[in-house]
Design a protein around this ligand. Structure first.
Ligand code: AMP
Length: 552
């Protein structure tokens, strides 16, 4: 097993196998069965291109062999910053065939994040588009390579420059190696098939090992709960490598049932509606921020969206009025709340749940052996009906982040329960209600920002003496980030200057603060810690006052 991965205890492994949750197959072995069973069905649609299961199998055999030929090996870690293109899926499947481990990076990530992921994982390979808008990845990946001895391969989607190899060519060029080379690769199903990323409670992101056994179970079971069948057409417009669009049930869940996945490069409502209409999409995965844009699109009535059966919303809490409006606008679809986390545990509201469960809760876990506790600071369970922090354990929830034993000692109890940082209440129906969170992050339209990560960067600014980043309410995104800054004497700072400073640090744009408040000092709680709660309340109040003033 890859060093740094925390294994599930042997007695639990035995139990998950006996119960059939773990099949002890690699994802590649699982996929092989599907590729044969559903060979002639359409598996993937991306733009004008369409792939059957047989096509995917053939193309990814070829790509996998070419990856071996250039020198990639089992357990190689790979950082793909690709948009929602077919090549991501082809790469993902080919990596599974050689036992490689993709990391759930995003096309919006920049030098700061990519270099962190490469260092944290010891990645051998980065895979990236030539350009994303005006941004060219090549030069920054070259810099990452100069600083990271593990990074051997730079694979660009498109034409290769000096030092790069072309992913496009590796997909298309007939492989020299024999197919039997793939059969010789032994993959341990308790090894990671994927590293998801934690929004995390501390500055540096954490890598979440999702093993072959647990990730396959995760997708199959989520597919059952979401009514995925061979007739499913699943539209994927959210960033493709995120856990929910990839595996909950996502692309992987659609594959397990012989359905099709349709990739959208954009979340622009008109284009998404156009795709739903054209491809007769049955399943749509959203975060509430995206859903709000969809239901506010004035031309919604011009499209035939009657193929939709399920709109699955996760990543953020959905406001009841958003759900009700969605029901009205998409009368053929069940609007399903889903609480999920890249670390594992998934909760869903079910199709046949009573109305009050659908309206008030985020559902319940998908596996009878998911163990859920709501606890206080001392790991003691709170009385039923009271708010506590969600702690969980089960056959697809991690037992430790990759390579961070000290952090793990804080987040995991000795019996394996994982402290999530989410605050919940048990609903009398046995479902759960999200009541907020204790962790120090901003949930911007489902994209998580670690406050501490951005604070550490802002502290480097010469004008800044102290800083606290907090969430502020936003009607569309749910939350945005506000930076409270205490200035050094005689200095000034504007939001534009702060933005320029952070852009210079080469972070993803979605992590930029969208409001700056200059304050003489930061409020502290009775324990002497900065009271972020007080700051979040202060900015929420200010926003409310500004809104009222505007409407007068
Ligand atoms: P991620 O690992 O990026 O999917 O983020 C997981 C986190 O998103 C959870 O720990 C929650 O804080 C939040 N989250 C996910 N689903 C929901 C939901 N339905 N309601 C409220 N928060 C959610």
């Amino acid at each position: 097993m890859l060093e740094g991965v925390v294994p599930f205890p042997p007695e639990d492994q035995k139990r998950w196998r006996e119960k059939g949750y773990w099949q002890d197959k690699s994802l590649a072995q699982e996929f092989a069965v599907l590729f044969e069973r559903y060979a002639d069905r359409v598996a993937l649609i991306a733009g004008e291109r369409q792939y059957t299961y047989r096509d995917i199998d053939r193309i990814t055999d070829n790509l996998a062999l070419n990856l071996l030929e250039i020198g990639m090996q089992p357990l190689d870690r790979v950082v793909p910053t690709l948009p929602n293109v077919a090549e991501f899926v082809l790469l993902y499947v080919a990596l599974q065939k050689i036992g490689g481990i993709p990391i759930a990076a995003l096309v919006t990530h920049r030098y700061m994040e990519i270099s962190q992921f490469v260092k944290l994982s010891g990645a051998t390979t980065c895979v990236y588009p030539e350009k994303q808008g005006d941004f060219r990845f090549g030069p920054i990946i070259e810099r990452v390579q100069q600083e990271s001895p593990s990074l051997k391969f730079r694979l660009v989607l498109g034409t290769a420059g000096p030092g790069e190899l072309s992913l496009t060519e590796l997909i298309e060029r007939p492989a020299k190696l024999a197919r039997s080379e793939l059969d010789r690769i032994a993959i341990d199903p308790t090894d990671p098939a994927m590293f998801q990323l934690s929004g995390g409670t501390t500055g540096i992101p954490k890598l979440i090992p999702r093993t072959h056994n647990d990730y396959a179970y995760n997708s199959k079971t989520a597919a059952d709960v979401c009514g995925v069948t061979g007739d499913t057409v699943m539209l994927i417009a959210l960033p493709i490598a995120h856990n929910l669009p990839l595996a909950c049930p996502g692309i992987q869940g659609a594959f397990f049932k012989g359905g099709s996945a349709v990739l959208s490069l954009t979340t622009r409502p008109k284009e998404v509606f156009g795709l739903i209409q054209k491809q007769r999409a049955t399943h749509l995965k959203v975060v509430p921020a995206f859903l709000i844009r969809l239901i506010n699109e004035p031309s919604i009535g011009e499209y035939d969206l009657s193929s939709l059966r399920l709109i699955q919303s996760g990543g953020q809490r959905m406001q009841p009025e958003v759900r009700l409006r969605t029901h009205r606008l998409f009368p053929t679809a069940f609007v399903q709340e889903n609480f999920g986390m890249s670390e594992g545990l998934l909760m869903f509201v079910r199709w046949d749940d009573p109305e009050e469960v659908k309206l008030e809760t985020c559902g319940r876990p998908i596996c009878p052996d998911d163990e859920v506790k709501l606890i206080d600071d001392e790991w003691r369970e709170v009385p039923a009906g009271e708010v506590g922090e969600l702690a969980c354990r089960g056959p697809y929830t991690l037992r430790g982040y990759f390579g961070v034993p000290e952090y793990n000692a804080r987040q995991f109890a000795p019996d394996g329960f994982f402290r999530t940082g989410d605050l919940m209440r048990l609903h009398p129906s046995g479902n759960y209600v999200v009541e907020g969170r204790g962790k120090d992050l901003i949930n911007r339209g489902g994209e998580k920002i670690s406050a501490e990560e951005v604070e550490n960067l802002i502290l480097m600014h010469p004008a800044v003496e102290n800083i606290a980043c907090v969430p502020m309410p936003d009607p569309n995104l749910g939350e945005k980030m506000c930076a409270f800054v205490v200035l050094r004497e005689g200095h000034s700072l504007t939001l534009n200057e702060l933005t320029a400073f952070l852009m210079d640090k080469e972070i993803a744009k979605f992590k930029l603060p969208e409001r700056l408040e200059i304050v003489p000092d930061l409020p502290v709680s009775t324990f002497g810690k900065v009271s972020k709660k007080a700051l979040a309340e202060a900015v929420a109040k200010k926003l409310e006052a500004e809104r009222t003033a505007k409407s007068l």
